[in-house]
Ligand binder design. Structure first.
Ligand SMILES: [Zn+2]
Length: 145
């Protein structure tokens, strides 16, 4: 039998109704023999009920509708991002080359604009990298109790 600590992330997923059938079966089998995890599940459910009620009141007070991105909307965001980045890269390449080879522009201006462009590309790249890195991760695995 596995240690009940390995089931903590399954307990959190259970509370959020995010378990897949195999995880559900694994957890149910463990819960049938582990009083500590049954108590912990009950605690998590009480906490979720409280926070959900609180969240509902806050949303009602603020009249905010929580965003829900559909799969199609996410694909559109990815397509738009890819088009934007491709267009940006092409423009940066052409404009950068024309700018840097222009003999009338002072070298200090060329250096400053180059640093600005490099910083912008690095920041944009970092944002894309962080977004891509988060895809497919199970956020429940990252919660450290
Ligand atoms: Zn347990």
């Amino acid at each position: 039998m596995q240690n009940h600590e390995t089931f903590e992330h399954l307990l959190m997923k259970a509370v959020d109704k995010e378990l897949d059938p195999s995880e559900r079966a694994l957890l149910d089998e463990h819960l049938s023999t582990c009083a500590q995890c049954r108590e912990e599940l009950a605690d998590f459910q009480r906490i979720k009920e409280s926070t959900d009620a609180l969240g509902g009141r806050i949303m009602q007070d603020a009249k905010i509708i929580p965003p829900r991105e559909s799969r199609g909307a996410r694909r559109l965001v990815w397509l738009a991002t890819a088009l934007f980045l491709a267009g940006f890269a092409i423009l940066l390449g052409i404009a950068g080359h024309a700018f840097l080879t222009d003999g009338e522009v002072p070298t200090t201006i060329k250096v400053a604009v180059s640093m600005l462009a490099a910083g912008t590309v690095l920041l944009a790249g970092l944002a894309v990298y962080q977004r891509v890195r988060g895809i497919g991760r199970d956020p429940y695995e990252e919660i450290d109790l």
